[in-house]
Every structure is written in C-alpha cells, then in structure tokens.
Design a protein. Structure first.
Length: 385
C-alpha cells in the first residue's frame, strides 16, 4: 500500500511541476552583459513571467574556464568571455560575461569623512588597473556599523547616528577603507558663512560645508605657501586638533637663533585673492578672524593680518611686542584656546583688502627668540558670523 501512495505523490508533484512550467510565459535577466575582474564576482537576477509562478531555474556557463555560475552568482576565473544561460522549462535567457585582468588595488576618493546626522557623502573608487565602469559597478560596499552610517551599492554614505564606522569597498579580495565619524552638533564658529580658509583640517571643513566656503587658501605648494623665515623648528604634535577633527596642526618650536622667530601663510595674486575685498568692504561688523592657540609659556606672541603697509599687528600677552601694545591674552594651560577678533578692529587700524593685490603674507606669526618656546596654531580662517 505504501508503494502506491509514494507513486501517487510523485505523479502529483510531476503534474504540478509540468502545469507550472506550462504557464510560464517568459524569463529575463536584469543584465545582458557584465564585466568582472579575475577573482571578482557579480550577481545577475532572473525574473519569471508571470511573477507569481514558480519555476526550476538551471544556470550554466558556456566556458567554465572563464566564469562559473551558481544561483545567479558569477565568479570570474580567468580573462576571456563566456555566456551565462538560465533555463526554465524550454525558455532561456543569456548574459554575456567579460573577464578583465585582476584588480591590483582599490583607492577611495576619501580616506575619512565627518558627517552630521542625516547628511550624505558620495564615495568613489578607482581601480588599478584602470578598468571599465562596468567592473566598478560590481563592487561591494558595506558599513561595519550600520547603526552609525549606511552605504548603498554605489558608494553613497548616509549618516544615521552619533559614532564611528568604516565603509569597506571591495572587489574580489581587494579592499579599501574610509573611516566615518558622525556627529550631532556643529561648533558655533563653524556655523557661519563666507569662510576664507587658511589652516583648517578636512574634518572641520566638512562641517563648514562647501557652500559656505568663499575661498580656500590652505597650503598647496603653488599659489598658497607656508614660510618659516627664521628661528623655528617643527614641533612634536600630540593629542587632537582644536575641533577634535584631526591629529595634526601647526606646531613650531623656537630655536633661539637670530633673536626672533617668524613664519607666515603666503598667498599669490589672482581671482581667489581678490575675494578678500568683500571682507573689508563689509559694513555689517560680522566678519571675524578666528584661530586657536595653545601654550604653557608666559611669553608674548605677535600676529599680523593683512599685507604690506596695511597689515595690522596684534599681540597676545600683557607686555608690548614688535612696538605694539597687547590686544589681549589667553589662558596659558597647554590646552586649546579660541581667539576671535572682529575685522572691524583691523579696519579701524587701517586694514584694507583690494582687488589686484600683490603677493601677500595674509597671516604672520612671531614668537620671540626664547629657545624652546612652542607656537601651536590651528583653525585659522576669516568668516562671517
């Protein structure tokens, strides 16, 4: 009796299968061509019509030496071409596979980013050797902590909540990383507009936002340079930057040579420099010079904003320096201190930015000649509150 029941069940399954296959009207793939590097993999998806019908899909490769397939996942073996075919009943659909040379390296356009919650950032990947865009489309993008930030299959990162994560871009066994920090608040001095950047790290710049940057004068080795004239050596950096967005800033140590120590950020003339005219033309009183300084020394520091004879010197300490009375002072506890001076103060002393300015030192720093004194500066910019 059991044999008859088993046989009857098998017939029912067979008839049901035949009935399903009989009503399938079509099968399509989401890709007709796909390019993969050696060792890489890609997914193609089959769709049966009508959508509510089940069919037994059979996947095959015309050249398994080049590429193999299992349940729609193609693995590239060696350079060449092959046809991937999916069959259901008597219906078929094919996808042409081209296998290119193996990817040696993946490089992302950013190694680290900072994002505010709900903001986005597009990451792009460059492959070596330089392969077709079709290859790049088959990259895998994942976030190691999707509760902090997520990434889509095109590299677009979306910030979710406060914290840190890494975005991993991979193709085959080759990977690249981008560290992501998500924050919920922006410091007050980064919420303004019309920023003229002099020494600002990328993390703080991301918080400012490209739309708020009037000119970027950060050192590039061509139009914008940093010069040490005399009496400084590079200092040892430890800890974090003023905005806690980096582990680097300007650190100099007085050598004592020459009796004084001086350095400056220097700008060449051009359209970008002409944009400074807006700063001293402004009558709202909302523009400020901003920088952060830290020191444990009691010596005076002198600074100069502007160029030529219209440049204005100011001193931080309680005693004169460079024949200039102190503007004010800051807490000398070895911790970052924020300094903001209204541009209206400099204008009242004669500062003027114009179009067609010559090569100029926009921000000059003097630390006296006492050997061992450190000058540590960060977050130097002009902005409108």
């Amino acid at each position: 009796m059991k044999k008859y029941i088993i046989a009857l069940s098998a017939l029912i399954v067979l008839f049901a299968s035949c009935e399903n296959e009989a009503v399938i009207t079509g099968i399509t793939l989401d890709k007709t061509t796909i390019a993969l590097p050696m060792g890489g993999s890609g997914l193609i998806v089959a769709t049966i019509a009508p959508a509510d019908i089940y069919g037994n899909l059979v996947w095959t490769s015309s050249n398994e030496a080049v590429a193999i397939v299992e349940k729609g996942v193609i693995t590239a073996i060696t350079e060449g071409s092959a046809q991937i075919k999916v069959t259901v009943g008597k219906l078929t659909s094919t996808c042409a596979v081209i296998v290119t040379p193996a990817v040696v390296s993946v490089t992302l356009n950013k190694s680290s980013i900072r994002l505010k919650v709900d903001s986005t950032q597009q990451l792009t990947a460059q492959l070596l050797p330089l392969l077709s865009a079709e290859v790049a489309k088959n990259m895998s993008w994942i976030s190691t902590n999707p509760t902090v930030a997520i990434v889509d299959n095109m590299g677009k990162v979306t910030a979710i909540s406060n914290g840190s994560t890494s975005i991993v871009a991979s193709i085959g066994i080759v990977t690249a990383l981008c560290s992501v920090t998500v924050y919920t608040s922006v410091p007050a001095s980064l919420k303004g507009s019309n920023y003229y950047l002099i020494n600002v790290d990328n993390g703080a710049t991301d918080m400012i936002g490209a739309a708020n940057i009037a000119a970027d004068y950060r050192v590039n080795g061509t139009d914008y340079n940093f010069y040490v004239w005399n009496g400084f050596n590079a200092g040892t950096i430890g800890g974090s930057s003023f905005y806690d967005t980096s582990t680097s800033w300007l650190s100099l140590v007085v050598t004592g040579a020459g009796g004084w120590s001086g350095a400056a950020y220097n700008l060449k003339p051009g359209a970008a420099l002409n944009k400074l005219k807006t700063v001293t033309d402004d009558t709202s009183g909302q523009y400020y010079l901003h920088f952060a300084i830290k020191s444990s020394s009691s010596n005076s520091y002198a600074f100069k904003l502007g160029y030529g004879t219209s440049g204005i010197t100011f001193v931080l300490r309680t005693t004169n320096m460079e024949n200039t009375a102190p503007y004010g002072n800051f807490t000398r506890n070895g911790q970052w201190q924020e300094v903001e001076i209204p541009i209206s103060y400099f204008k009242s002393k004669g500062l003027t930015f114009t179009t067609g300015m010559a090569v100029t030192d926009i921000f000059v720093m003097l630390a006296g000649g006492t050997a061992g004194v450190k000058l540590e500066i960060d977050a130097v910019f002009i902005y409108k509150k």
